[in-house]
Design a protein around this ligand. Sequence first.
Ligand SMILES: *[C@@H]1O[C@H](CO)[C@@H](O)[C@H](O)[C@H]1NC(C)=O
Ligand SMILES: *[C@@H]1O[C@H](CO)[C@@H](O)[C@H](O)[C@H]1NC(C)=O
Ligand SMILES: *[C@@H]1O[C@H](CO)[C@@H](O)[C@H](O)[C@H]1NC(C)=O
Ligand SMILES: *[C@@H]1O[C@H](CO)[C@@H](O)[C@H](O)[C@H]1NC(C)=O
Ligand SMILES: *[C@@H]1O[C@H](CO)[C@@H](O)[C@H](O)[C@H]1NC(C)=O
Length: 449
Amino acid sequence: MEFLLFFLFFFFVSAQVAPYGQCGGEDYSGSTTCEAGWVCQYQNEWYSQCVASTASSSTSSTSSTSSTSSTSSSSSTSSTSTSSTSTSSTTSSKTSTTSTTGTGTSSTAFPSVNGLNFTIDGKTSYYAGTNAYWMGFLTDDADVDLVMNHLNESGLRILRVWGFNDVNTVPSSGTVYYQLLTNGTATVNTGADGLQRLDAVVAAAETYDVKLIINFVNNWSDYGGMAAYVTAFGGTQTGWYTDTAIQAAYQNYISAVISRYIDSSAIFAWELANEPRCQGCDTSVITDWVVTTSAYIKSLDSKHMVCIGDEGFGLTTDSDGSYPYTDGEGLNFTVNLAIDTIDFGTFHLYPDSWDETDAWGDGWITAHGAACVAAGKPCLLEEYGVTANQCAIEAPWQRTALDTSGVSGDLFWQYGDTLSTGESPDDGNTIYYGSSEFTCLVTDHVEAI
Ligand SMILES: *[C@@H]1O[C@H](CO)[C@@H](O)[C@H](O)[C@H]1NC(C)=O
Ligand SMILES: *[C@@H]1O[C@H](CO)[C@@H](O)[C@H](O)[C@H]1NC(C)=O
Ligand SMILES: *[C@@H]1O[C@H](CO)[C@@H](O)[C@H](O)[C@H]1NC(C)=O
Ligand SMILES: *[C@@H]1O[C@H](CO)[C@@H](O)[C@H](O)[C@H]1NC(C)=O
Ligand SMILES: *[C@@H]1O[C@H](CO)[C@@H](O)[C@H](O)[C@H]1NC(C)=O
């Protein structure tokens, strides 16, 4: 079956480029012919892309190869078919420029920034949320639904999930992956075991009015990450940010994801990466990449917000000189936040991993708040966690975040629930729905907001 899958991938890659795929550019040697109804459009000297041939076309058809798998994994495993899926863009040929500031907002308005705060469904406030990186890798819609229902019921309005899942070889049947990176070729998996699983997360988020942060690549090798690109295209991890072939594949992937949800009000923001780092690099490497990538995203989708997903490293404001405040990992927080295609700042908090005390975390939060006020943009404490005494340690951080101007939301790492397959992943930091930790870190916190 793997042979057949490879054959089908090869056929599509070499014969006709799928919607939103790369079809030209410097160093590109693949097919320059798009599928029927799509044309190859020049983006820049190293990247051309298949776009719908009529600008006002309302739906796009994505041909993909996928192994058919029914929800019951015990069924026949030998059938392979070519399936056709349609992305769920709605008919919208006119450009609506309705302002959402002030009154008269509707629940379909996209999340936005309002001064130093966030606005969701027309309501400007501080927002609490969480991370559940695994949501888009679940294979049972009922599990996705259960989690979204619990989030809505708990008042957790923002959910950050992994929008990447890169592999170098096709995994065993039934294992979800989003992109195959192999021998200089990137193939987005739009099949039932691919981005259709992320579709289910977005659909459930729409139903339960949860807003999603979706990122496009991992610095770390979990779920592939930058290392998977390097394996397929060569180079080094620090060279990832400037390698033209890698960046073309990365942008192609971004385009494939965004095109599916470009009209969805369930997207809170697109995020460049999970914890991008470039150790020992000049900070201009990551800054240039943020400028290019965020501008590229805005060129595809000007309506949704864009953020970086960094840990908040490299901060001069109120610095105590310790490691996280330095630019040793190749980041300058203030310079990157000032980029005009970045809507808000992100930072994480893991004192244990950074050789700091738990109490140090309060200063880390207020320092970022001050930098965000200076930049005139809100910031999101988008990951924080400890493995023990969670109520005693994390509740004070939440209080500090809530009381700090410029910090306008927090997402604890990470959410846990009981799924049809048992408990969701526990990395030691997990706060399970219904637990006593959930009461102090979610119920009490949401009430305080
Ligand atoms: C990898 O790509 C090169 C260049 O296109 C080709 O010569 C080689 O056969 C490919 N190897 C595999 C394993 O597909
Ligand atoms: C979301 O939660 C609110 C408040 O508890 C509730 O009124 C609403 O019905 C929920 N939405 C869904 C789709 O369950
Ligand atoms: C993440 O970034 C750091 C800093 O550049 C690097 O040392 C590390 O190897 C990266 N992780 C992976 C898995 O690429
Ligand atoms: C960030 O860049 C600014 C402007 O160049 C500089 O003043 C500041 O020292 C830098 N901060 C760090 C931590 O590198
Ligand atoms: C917006 O943010 C500022 C500063 O953090 C805060 O004082 C104000 O109350 C917020 N406004 C709303 C409506 O939440």
